[in-house]
Design a protein around this ligand. Structure first.
Ligand SMILES: Cc1cc2nc3c(=O)[nH]c(=O)nc-3n(C[C@H](O)[C@H](O)[C@H](O)COP(=O)(O)OP(=O)(O)OC[C@H]3O[C@@H](n4cnc5c(N)ncnc54)[C@H](O)[C@@H]3O)c2cc1C
Length: 498
C-alpha cells in the first residue's frame, strides 16, 4: 500500500453536480483540497451531447455490472468522468417547489418534510442559476416558487412547432412556461456542467489538486469510529492511503452509499455512519413516461427542450394528490425516445428502414411526463459478496398514470386531427438518471444518515453532498437542488475551515 505523505484539509470524492460545485466554492479559501475522481476528462466530441449516443450505443455506460434483485446483472447508465453525470445530462435546471420542502400527502403515502426549507435554499438557488448560467423566465406558472432575482439569461426560444402548441395549451387555460436550461452559449460545448463551472474553476487555484483515475474504495476511521482518518484509493491498480481533516463524499447517490457500506468496520458492522440502518435505503428516481405526438408538418428534428407545464403538479379537479411535471423532449432526432427504440417504435424499427424512421422522428414531438416516487426503505442499494444490488420497485403509479392520460387529453383536445399520441412504458432500472435519497438528511439520527449540514450524524468529519441527501425527490429534476445544496454546505464548511 502506498502512503501519500501530503495531508489535506479537505478531500472531495466525485466531481459531479455536488462535488464539482463544492470544489469551486471551497477553492478560494486557500485550504489544501484534493479532489478524487474515478473517471477521466471526457474528450469534447459531438457525441457527448447527443442523447442518441448516450442511450442507444451504451457509450456512457459504466464499465461495471450491477445486479437486480433476481441476481441478473446489467450495465448501468452512469458516467464516470470529470463532471460526472452532468457531462451527459439534459441541463434542465429547475428549483423544487416551495411545498416540496414540506410534508406532502400523495395518493400512496407521504413525501416527507425536509429539515431545511425553501427560504433557506432560495439564495443558493439564485447562486446556482448564476454559476450554471441558467436561461429561463419567471412566468405565471402557478407552482413557481418566489425568486429573489431573475434568471441570469433569457429563456430559450421555442421551436415554431412548440410555440404553436404552447399557444394552444395556454388557450385551454393552462400555464405553459419556459423550461429553465443551463447553457454556456458556446457553440462547441453548450451544456453547462460541473466540469466547466466546478472543477475547471477550482483548478485555477494552486491549493487545489485533482487526481483522475482515482477510485475511492474504503474509508478508514480512528479506533473509536468518530472520525475518518484516511481514504483508501485505487490509482492505476495500486492501493494508496490519503489523509485529510474533512472528507466529503460526492460519488452520486448509489456510489456514495456503496462506499459507506463497503467501509464497514468493528464500530460500524453494517456500514460506516450507518447506525440508523438508513444508508443505501430510500433510493428514489422519478416515474417517467415518454409521449410521442405525430405532427402534420415536419420539424428540424433537432431543437432544445424549452417548455414545461406544471398545472397538474399538485393534482387537478378529479385527483387531489400530486401528479407531476410535463416538459418537452426537444427534437426527437437527438432524444432518448428515438434512441431507445421503445415499444412504440420497436415495431416500426423492424418495418421501416432507418431513413423512414428519420422522417418519422421529424414529424414527431416528444413529451416527458414525470412523477415523484415516495421513499421506501425496501428500495435500496446493497452490497453482498462485493456485488452491488439494486432492489427497486416503483410506486405512486396511479398519480403517474393520471398525469400521462391528463396530458394526452390536453394534446387531443388541441387538435383532433393530430390525435395520434402514444404513451410508452417506464424508463428501466438500468437508467437511474435522477437517483437520490440513499443517505437522507434529517434532525433525528435514528431515522436519517446526515444532519441538516449534510454531515453524517455518526462521524464528525464526514459529509455527503451529492443527491443522496434528499429525504423526498419532488416532481422536478434534481441537479439544481444538488448544486444549490453543495453551495449551502460549502458556506458551512468555509465557516469551520476558517
Ligand atoms: C442522461 C441523463 C440526463 C439527465 N438530465 C437531467 C436534467 O436535465 N436535469 C437535471 O436536473 N438532472 C438531470 N440528470 C440527473 C443529474 O445528472 C444528476 O442529478 C446529477 O448529476 C447528480 O449529481 P451528483 O453529484 O449526485 O452525482 P454525479 O453527477 O453522478 O457525480 C458523481 C461523481 O462521482 C464519481 N465517482 C463515483 N464513485 C466514485 C468513487 N468510488 N471514487 C471516486 N469517484 C467516484 C463519478 O465518476 C462522478 O464524477 C440526468 C442524468 C442523466 C444520466
Amino acid at each position: 500500500m502506498i502512503i501519500d505523505d501530503q495531508h489535506y484539509d479537505v478531500i472531495i470524492i466525485g466531481t459531479g453536480a455536488g462535488g464539482g460545485t463544492l470544489a469551486q466554492k471551497l477553492a478560494p479559501t486557500g485550504k489544501k483540497i484534493l479532489i478524487l475522481e474515478r473517471g477521466d476528462f471526457m474528450p469534447l466530441e459531438e457525441q457527448n451531447r447527443a442523447e442518441v449516443d448516450i442511450f442507444k450505443k451504451a457509450r456512457y455506460r459504466a464499465p461495471e455490472r450491477w445486479y437486480d434483485p433476481e441476481g441478473e446483472s446489467f450495465s448501468p447508465l452512469m458516467n464516470y468522468a470529470v463532471g460526472g453525470n452532468t457531462k451527459i445530462y439534459g441541463a434542465a435546471l429547475l428549483r423544487m417547489r416551495e411545498r416540496d420542502f414540506e410534508e406532502v400527502k400523495h395518493q400512496e403515502g407521504i413525501s416527507p418534510e425536509w429539515p431545511v426549507k425553501y427560504n433557506d435554499f432560495e439564495p443558493y438557488y439564485t447562486e446556482a442559476e448564476q454559476l450554471y448560467q441558467v436561461h429561463g423566465q419567471v412566468t405565471n406558472d402557478p407552482t413557481e416558487p418566489p425568486h429573489s432575482a431573475d434568471y441570469p439569461y433569457p429563456a430559450i426560444s421555442h421551436e415554431p412547432c412548440i410555440q404553436k402548441l404552447v399557444d394552444a395549451v395556454a388557450q385551454k387555460g393552462l400555464h405553459p412556461t419556459s423550461l429553465p436550461m443551463g447553457w454556456t452559449r458556446q457553440e462547441d460545448d453548450p451544456t453547462s456542467d460541473s466540469q466547466v463551472y466546478g472543477i475547471d474553476l477550482a483548478l485555477k487555484h494552486p491549493n487545489v489538486t485533482l487526481k483522475t483515475g482515482a477510485k475511492a474504495v474504503r474509508l478508514l476511521t480512528n479506533a473509536s469510529g468518530t472520525e475518518v482518518k484516511a481514504v483508501e484509493v485505487e490509482i492505476n491498480g495500486q492501493s494508496c492511503l490519503i489523509f485529510a481533516d474533512i472528507i466529503v463524499l460526492a460519488c452520486g447517490a448509489i456510489n456514495s452509499a456503496v462506499l459507506l457500506l463497503r467501509s464497514a468496520n468493528e464500530k460500524y458492522p453494517t456500514g460506516l455512519a450507518n447506525r440508523s440502518d438508513q444508508v443505501g435505503r430510500n433510493l428514489m428516481k422519478h416515474q417517467m413516461t415518454a409521449i410521442v405526438q405525430l405532427d402534420a408538418a415536419p420539424n428540424s428534428g433537432q431543437f432544445p427542450r424549452s417548455v414545461a407545464v406544471n398545472d397538474f403538479y399538485w393534482g387537478d379537479e378529479n385527483f387531489s394528490y400530486p401528479m407531476g411535471h410535463i416538459y418537452n423532449t426537444g427534437g426527437l432526432l437527438q432524444d432518448v425516445i428515438f434512441a431507445e427504440s421503445p415499444p412504440i417504435f420497436s415495431v416500426l424499427t423492424k418495418a421501416i428502414p432507418q431513413s423512414g424512421l428519420k422522417q418519422l422522428a421529424m414529424r414527431s414531438i416528444g413529451w416527458w411526463a414525470q412523477t415523484e416516487t415516495l421513499p421506501d426503505a425496501n428500495n435500496r442499494v446493497r452490497v453482498s459478496e462485493n456485488k452491488l444490488y439494486l432492489d427497486y420497485t416503483s410506486n405512486n403509479a396511479e398519480a403517474h398514470d393520471r398525469l400521462v392520460y391528463r396530458w394526452l387529453e390536453v394534446l387531443k383536445s388541441i387538435d383532433k386531427q393530430r390525435a395520434n399520441v402514444y404513451p410508452r412504458g417506464e424508463v428501466p432500472v438500468q437508467v437511474m438518471a435522477n437517483q437520490c435519497g440513499t443517505c437522507r438528511f434529517g434532525e433525528d439520527p435514528n431515522t436519517s444518515v446526515l444532519n441538516s449540514n449534510c454531515r453524517t450524524h455518526d462521524v464528525e468529519n464526514l459529509y455527503v453532498v451529492d443527491s443522496s441527501f434528499f429525504p423526498s425527490g419532488s416532481g422536478v429534476m434534481p441537479a439544481l437542488t444538488v448544486i444549490a445544496n453543495a453551495l449551502r454546505v460549502g458556506d458551512h464548511l468555509i465557516s469551520i475551515l476558517n
